[in-house]
Design a protein around this ligand. Structure first.
Ligand SMILES: [Mg+2]
Length: 231
């Protein structure tokens, strides 16, 4: 075991329960905007379109194929089109309302706070996220996760997204530390695990759904509580 001093956490889908928070806010917006009147037959249909389009756009964002402005501008028009709604009926404020409502949600993965309390006694904890500054800051404070972290590093601030190792170099420089003293915990093989590997940082792959992946992470866990026996 290396002498870890700094633990880096991904936020969405690792600590902050993205799917649950997003489902809740989309279902509220579905009612507020009376989307069934636009021709969307069910919330399930709307959610399936959201999931499909949003996932693809974030994949593109992570590899630099689309920037933040275009992702935010194109997201709901594409989602509504995917759900079969003609473009002129799309509510213009939907993206803003989605961002603000979602980031105010507070569901976190089971045992998140318990494990962060445990780890904070022994290590310095930080967040490294590809999310946007404003929404990530709001998510951290509304969920009460903010109290655990010293540094919150975003791709927006550093100009580099995971899996670009430069976001990790930037963080290590700021902390005046080296790769062997750091450990990355995240759910996304293509950004968290690959990025940390490129920066020669050990990785914990958080894999609650038991996905098969090609990379070989240093550690794999299916539940955050397992970090207690690793660290
Ligand atoms: Mg994630």
């Amino acid at each position: 075991m290396k002498t870890y001093q700094h633990i880096f956490f991904d936020l969405d889908h690792t600590l902050w329960d993205y799917d649950r928070n997003v489902t809740e806010s989309l279902s509220e917006l579905y009612e507020i905007y009376e989307l069934q009147n636009l021709g969307i037959t069910s919330f399930e249909q709307f959610f399936a379109s959201f999931y499909h389009v949003n996932f693809q756009l974030w994949d593109w964002y992570n590899v630099g194929k689309i920037n933040k402005e275009n992702l935010r501008k194109e997201r709901f028009p594409r989602i509504f089109a995917h759900a079969g709604v003609v473009s002129w009926t799309i509510p213009a404020s939907f993206e803003e309302d989605f961002m603000s409502l979602t980031s105010s949600k507070s569901h976190v993965f089971p045992h998140s706070k318990e494990i962060l309390t445990y780890l904070k006694e022994k290590y310095k904890l930080h967040v490294i996220t590809n999310g946007f500054n404003e929404s990530q800051a709001k998510k951290l404070s509304s969920s009460g996760l903010d109290i655990y972290f010293d540094l919150v590093v975003t791709s927006e601030t550093t100009g580099h997204k995971k899996p670009d190792p430069r976001i990790f170099y930037h963080t290590m420089n700021q902390l005046n530390t080296r790769a062997e003293h750091c450990l990355m915990v995240g759910d996304n093989p293509a950004s968290d695990i690959l990025g940390a590997q490129r920066a020669e940082i050990d990785q914990v792959f958080f894999n609650p759904e038991g996905k098969e992946i090609e990379l070989i992470p240093t550690y794999t866990i299916s539940h955050l509580k397992e970090l207690e026996s690793l660290l």
